[in-house]
Ligand binder design. Structure first.
Ligand SMILES: NC(=O)c1ccc[n+]([C@@H]2O[C@H](COP(=O)([O-])OP(=O)(O)OC[C@H]3O[C@@H](n4cnc5c(N)ncnc54)[C@H](O)[C@@H]3O)[C@@H](O)[C@H]2O)c1
Length: 434
């Protein structure tokens, strides 16, 4: 048993997979933990030093912590809340038939906790169940609003059944979010004996991160399976392909491409996705995930166009190539965006530090002069002229530090499609205003 030095008294509501593992592991870290569950079988089992379900390694921890007096289990919330500093909510949040989250257990447990509070009660109510962003603000905080010393924190659980104890003791991620720093720190300190740096975030971000992680894991599995299926049809060993893909830690297994920003384009990604889909269809192979990437990208571009169209007056766009530090215009999403703006009769000009009609040549020049001459005519060679002319700016490509400084100094309202300027408007913020 590890002693954290700063042990807390924790009431864990819900002794299912998450609650039972959390309760036992926190108890083994030296905290005093009382589990609460209306299910008598679960509480009786724990009181007898046994787990109510099979999970490798959990039995030993429950036995040891019950024996040492660090872990106990009750059916009545009052018994647990009498001495608790922190109430961890680990109740179930199953799916409704339409896919919506059933929050009945969360609502009931919060009401139960509230019914045992008195004026001046000091408690941190921490939601560990998976709940949609806004649940704490819209359901938990209003229910407890009459108790000003009761704080609400989100601390989602990332464990996987089958290796839940190891996942708890060696966490891949620790996320704690809330509106008030002291209670967030207090919840993070529950895990201070573990080798993990807590990510302290906002309340809604903490709730959302759990969904982002699970969606990412599901997309990774579906991606690997689709690549494997296509590889198999083409007499290629899919495992060899994916193992080699995973060797790339710069672009593949890394933070690259994992920041919300603008749509992708260029001469490779759209072309190669189209080729993969075409080749799969010739094999009568459906690859719904890979086939969804281009429509998803189109949808993202449409959202950006709607946000830009909502800007009043003259629009100055910064960036024309499909990304920074290139003059390649092939399949640039900015070209499509400008075509939409022109189609709506908007007064628009564009500046790109690497595209100057007088200096580019070859396929790029002929592309501008023949395929998109109407866009070529919008090019403004001097950034200063564009900044003076525009009523609103749109960043469609990551600017250099110097360019970002000039944009900020211009004082023009700026919509940032790529997410590179901290003070600028985001498309989501613009959509929220519409
Ligand atoms: N199981 C996993 O692998 C896993 C991993 C990470 C997160 N989660 C999330 O954690 C949450 C819990 O999952 P689980 O698998 O442990 O659920 P579970 O259904 O196994 O356990 C929920 C427990 O809550 C109890 N409960 C219901 N109402 C209660 C109340 N008012 N007071 C006290 N206890 C009450 C139930 O009796 C049950 O024992 C869910 O939101 C789930 O999505 C689960």
């Amino acid at each position: 048993m590890t002693d954290t030095g700063s042990s807390s008294c924790v009431a864990v509501f819900g002794l299912g997979y998450v609650g039972c593992v959390t309760a036992a592991c926190l108890a083994s870290s030296g905290h005093k933990v009382i589990g609460v569950d209306p299910d008598r079988h679960k509480t009786d089992q724990i009181q007898q030093g046994r787990t109510p379900f099979y999970e490798p390694g959990l039995d030993e921890i429950v036995r040891a912590t019950v024996q040492s007096g660090h872990l106990s289990a009750v059916n009545d919330a009052a018994d647990a809340l009498r001495s608790a500093d922190i109430a961890l909510i680990c109740v179930g949040t199953p799916s409704e038939r339409n896919g919506n989250l059933d929050l009945d257990q969360v609502r009931r447990v919060v009401r139960d906790i509230r019914s045992h509070l008195v004026a001046g009660s000091q408690l941190i109510v921490c939601v560990r169940s998976t709940v949609f962003p806004g649940t704490c603000e819209e359901i938990v905080i209003p229910e407890l609003a009459a108790y000003p010393h009761v704080r609400v924190v989100s601390n989602p659980e990332f464990l996987r059944e089958g290796c839940a104890v190891r996942d708890f003791m060696e966490p891949s991620l620790l996320v704690v979010g809330g509106p008030e720093a002291t209670s967030v720190q207090r919840v993070a300190s529950l895990y201070s004996s573990l080798d993990v740096e807590p990510c302290l975030v906002s309340l809604r971000a903490a709730e959302m991160i759990k969904y982002a992680c699970n969606a990412f894991h599901a997309v990774k599995i579906a991606f690997a399976n689709e690549i494997g299926a296509l590889a198999g049809c083409l007499q290629v060993d899919g495992r060899e392909v994916m193992e080699t893909l995973c060797q790339d830690r710069k672009l593949n297994l890394s933070a690259a491409y994992l920041k919300p920003g603008f749509a992708f384009g260029g001469s490779c990604l759209p072309k190669d996705l189209r080729a993969l889909s075409y080749r799969a269809s010739r094999q009568d192979l459906k690859l719904p995930l890979l086939e969804a990437a281009l429509p998803s990208n189109d949808e993202h571009l449409d959202r950006a166009v709607r946000a830009v169209l909502s800007l009043p007056g003259r629009v100055g766009v910064i960036g024309l190539a499909f990304k920074e530090d290139t003059d390649d215009l092939r399949e640039s999403p900015v070209v499509r965006m400008l075509e939409s703006l022109l189609g709506k009769g908007r007064d628009v000009r564009v500046y790109d530090p690497h595209i100057r009609l007088d200096s580019i040549y070859g396929s790029n020049r002929s592309y501008i002069m023949t395929a998109i001459p109407h866009i070529g005519r919008l090019l403004e060679p001097e950034i200063g002229t564009l900044l003076n002319w525009a009523d609103n700016l749109v960043i469609a490509q990551k600017p250099s530090t110097e360019l970002a400084g000039r944009i900020a100094a211009s004082g023009r309202p700026t919509l940032d499609l790529v997410g590179s300027l901290p003070a600028a408007l985001t498309p989501a913020a613009v959509s929220a205003r519409l």
